[in-house]
Design a protein around this ligand. Structure first.
Ligand SMILES: Nc1nc2c(ncn2[C@@H]2O[C@H](COP(=O)(O)OP(=O)(O)O)[C@@H](O)[C@H]2O)c(=O)[nH]1
Ligand SMILES: [Mg+2]
Length: 335
């Protein structure tokens, strides 16, 4: 028999210790900004492994320092180009930046993300910038929470600013933006209907509005349209959303936009809005986790009792009702 296996310490315990050591190592490396370790953990987060949860727990005390900027708007409106330009401005201020490009439609590294990479290539050799794209596949608990976790990882690795770029505008994007302190909503001239379409939900979460591609005809009208929409809404924290015109591809208007972000940041700090946003984000993460974990336990309980189908049949036959069935499961779980 191999001498390693005849040790007095059971093999399982040795293995667990080895695992723990590897995990500590991973945490340490991430805190030191090791890019490969960060990349590995993000992949683990994307695959929702138990090791990812353990690592996120260990990293959590080291989070809460980064300032998170969300960039959302229709595909092709110039979000990646804007993110790239804002990154340039922040780098000039001596700040480090993490970029998370979220593409819920692409099941693999598709054209859009490849394009994003190209547009952000300017910073690909800059050690102060970390870029990561995320696809939608297999996110237990949803893409928005996985994104939130990835932001925590970049926060723990010490990035000063983190930019989250979404692919389009919809409910998924609204959820993703919950992680951001400042949300930029990007529009382009000549997309009147688009603005109408994004009016609900997205308009409410915008702290700053960007009319990009201002080199195109109709930029002024788009600004007016947004102004009109903003007049109807009233932000509950006293911040008056601002509108910026940019030509991201030429870098025009980016300095003013970046200053707008910093101004909103100042505003949040003064009004304790920073703490409020953090608590809102925490509330949302907590609720999401609770729902997910409780539902998983309930489903496990149901499958131990033969699965959902027999239960559905019983309800259909009026032998029981959905309320009683759920109460039964909760009682079994001790809830
Ligand atoms: N004319 C013009 N084109 C731009 C501007 N900003 C970005 N683009 C181009 O618009 C296309 C889409 O930009 P991208 O940043 O990928 O948009 P995203 O899908 O929102 O991330 C690219 O070809 C950019 O070069 C701009 O201000 N004016
Ligand atoms: Mg993009």
């Amino acid at each position: 028999m191999d001498a390693r296996f005849s040790s007095v310490v059971p093999f399982g315990a040795v293995w667990a210790q080895g695992n723990e050591r590897r995990e500590m190592d991973l945490i340490e490396r991430i805190l030191n900004g090791d890019l490969r370790a960060v990349g590995r953990l993000i992949t683990m987060v994307e695959n929702a492994t138990p090791e990812a949860v353990a690592a996120l727990k260990a990293l959590y005390p080291h989070t809460g320092h980064a300032y998170v900027i969300g960039v959302t708007g229709p595909p092709g409106s110039g979000k990646s180009t804007l993110a790239d330009r804002i990154t340039g401005e922040l780098r000039e201020l001596g700040k480090t930046v993490g970029i998370v490009a979220v593409d819920p439609t692409s099941p693999f590294t598709g054209g859009a993300i490849l394009g994003d990479r190209l547009r952000m290539q300017r910073h690909s050799l800059d050690e102060g910038v970390f870029i990561r794209s995320m696809a939608s596949r297999g996110h237990l608990g949803g893409l928005s929470r996985a994104t939130n976790d990835v932001v925590d990882v970049l926060d723990a690795m010490g990035k000063d600013y983190i930019l989250i770029e979404t692919v389009g505008v919809g409910q998924a994007e609204v959820d993703i933006m919950r992680t951001a302190h400042t949300t930029l909503v990007v529009a382009v001239p000549g997309l009147g209907d688009e603005i109408q379409a994004i009016k609900a939900g997205i308009m409410e979460i915008g702290d700053l509005f960007v009319v990009n591609k201002a080199d195109r005809e109709g930029a002024e009208r788009t600004v007016l349209e947004i102004e009109m929409m903003l007049e109807h809404g009233q932000s509950d924290d006293g911040w008056r959303p601002k509108i910026f015109k940019t030509v991201a591809s030429r870098g025009e208007g980016i300095e003013a936009l970046t200053h707008g972000v910093l101004e909103h940041r100042e505003f949040l700090f003064e009004e304790d809005g920073h703490g409020r946003k953090r608590r809102e984000r925490t509330r949302w993460v907590l609720r999401g986790l609770l729902e997910e974990r409780l539902a998983a336990r309930a489903m496990a309980c149901i499958s131990r009792r033969g699965g959902l189908d027999p239960l559905i049949e019983k309800i259909a036959a009026r032998e029981t009702d959905p309320y009683t069935a759920v109460e039964d499961v909760l009682r079994t779980l001790g809830l």
